[in-house]
Design a binder for this molecule. Structure first.
Ligand SMILES: NC(=O)c1ccc[n+]([C@@H]2O[C@H](COP(=O)([O-])OP(=O)(O)OC[C@H]3O[C@@H](n4cnc5c(N)ncnc54)[C@H](O)[C@@H]3O)[C@@H](O)[C@H]2O)c1
Length: 249
């Protein structure tokens, strides 16, 4: 018996990195998993690999910022399995490093579209289906940057702070229902997203981790799996730190 037997999870950005690790973990514990990603070359092998492990898998190719992607993902999951229990809003981009006076305003829009609009759109679309069944777990992947505000990462830090705010708001909106909404704030994890940053920027972030190492994808996935489970019953609108000790609150 797995923790997620019979349950259905949607994981955005599930083609690689943290999202792929989360999709594998939920699948290993019995969930059926719909992966949403805009990178078909990564998403197809990722979905095949998870399917080959015995996890029923659906793949939705699309940009999370487009509202039709969320509608298509929800419909595909419902057509395949008739329910949605878990939504993990994981898709995110890092953005260009630079001071606010060096970065364009369009760069904020670009980062915002994936990092905040995508989370809003998927949550907006999926919550009504969860309400129908009086059950749901939503886990948003924010960042320590959203708590601390990393310099030369204003669009990223600001949109991740907004994900924290969204989590708190929606958690309260749904507090009297069977739906729990929480977010996690990882520090640095070795994934492709780091390719977007300069080596100096990565050093800045890693040096601030008291544990003296980067986080592992499996460590993030373990926390997300608990937040996605029925055992997470008395926490909602909350921010779960996973920063190797960097966070002071
Ligand atoms: N790696 C870190 O150090 C770190 C730290 C804190 C938070 N995070 C957050 O964790 C999440 C996952 O990041 P990661 O490190 O695994 O990065 P990653 O680049 O390895 O994976 C991100 C995935 O999201 C997909 N994606 C990006 N934009 C998308 C869009 N508009 N629509 C659909 N799919 C899209 C990518 O194709 C990719 O599969 C992000 O939200 C990121 O901000 C990462």
């Amino acid at each position: 018996m797995g923790r997620f037997d019979d349950q259905v999870a949607i994981v955005t950005g599930g083609a690689t990195g943290i999202g792929y690790g989360i999709a594998k973990r939920l699948g290993a514990e019995g969930a059926r998993v719909a992966i949403v990603d805009n990178d078909v070359s990564l998403a197809e092998p990722a979905a095949s690999e998870i399917g080959a492990r015995g996890t029923p898998t659906e793949l939705i190719i699309g940009d999370v910022a487009e509202t039709e992607t969320a509608e298509r993902a929800a419909q595909q999951a419902l057509d395949a399995w008739g329910r949605i229990d878990i939504l993990v809003n994981n898709a995110g981009i890092g953005g260009v490093n630079g001071a606010i006076w060096e970065l364009s305003v369009d760069e904020l829009d670009r980062v915002y579209r994936t990092n905040l609009r995508g989370v809003y759109s998927f949550t907006h679309t999926v919550v009504p289906y969860m309400l129908e069944r009086h059950y749901g777990r939503i886990v948003n992947i924010a960042s320590i940057a959203g708590k601390e505000g990393n310099p030369r990462m204003v669009p990223y830090s600001a949109t991740k702070a907004a994900v924290i705010g969204l989590t708190k708001s929606v958690g309260k909106e749904l507090a009297k229902t069977g739906i729990r909404v929480n977010c996690v704030t990882p520090a640095v994890v070795q994934t492709r997203i780091l390719d977007e940053f300069t080596p100096e920027q990565v050093d800045y972030m890693v040096e601030r981790i008291p544990l003296g190492r980067t986080g592992e994808i499996a460590e993030i996935a373990a926390l997300v799996a608990w937040l996605a489970s029925e055992e997470c019953s008395f926490s909602t609108g909350a921010v779960f730190d996973i920063s190797g000790g960097r966070a002071t609150y």
